[in-house]
Design a protein around this ligand. Structure first.
Ligand SMILES: [Zn+2]
Length: 123
């Protein structure tokens, strides 16, 4: 693949990585033992009363945040894997058929792991 395109995609991946980490840190703490693992802080919506309603609200908020944490972390993992492949000169190959992933596809999602036809079959 064109080196220029790889450099461009690498920049995109690095920018996304920064944004993902910023997003995660808004509601989660970084786990010091595991790299790129975050733990959602339990939301404290105030201690005005210990009404059960309020607790339910906190639990619901927490569950929503956990879902977001999971989505952001999975994306961060994909981004990191793609960056690692770039560093190992192994970037842009489909995980299944090993052919080159279409450049347009990588431009749309630089962390894509599968080529167009394999992704279609996986659906
Ligand atoms: Zn493929």
């Amino acid at each position: 693949m064109d080196k220029k395109i790889i450099t461009e995609l690498k920049k995109k991946l690095e920018q996304e990585k920064v944004l993902l980490k910023e997003d995660l840190l808004k509601f989660a703490d970084k786990d010091k033992k595991l790299p790129d693992d975050y733990d959602t802080r339990f939301p404290n919506l105030g201690e005005r009363s210990s009404a059960p309603d309020e607790n339910a609200e906190e639990v619901e908020t927490y569950e929503n945040l956990l879902a977001i944490e999971y989505a952001l972390e999975s994306r961060l993992k994909e981004v990191n894997e793609a960056l690692e492949k770039i560093n190992n000169n192994n970037y842009g190959h489909c995980d299944i058929c090993k052919k080159n992933i279409e450049t347009d596809r990588l431009k749309a999602n630089p962390a894509a792991k599968l080529c167009f036809s394999c992704a279609k079959k996986e659906e």
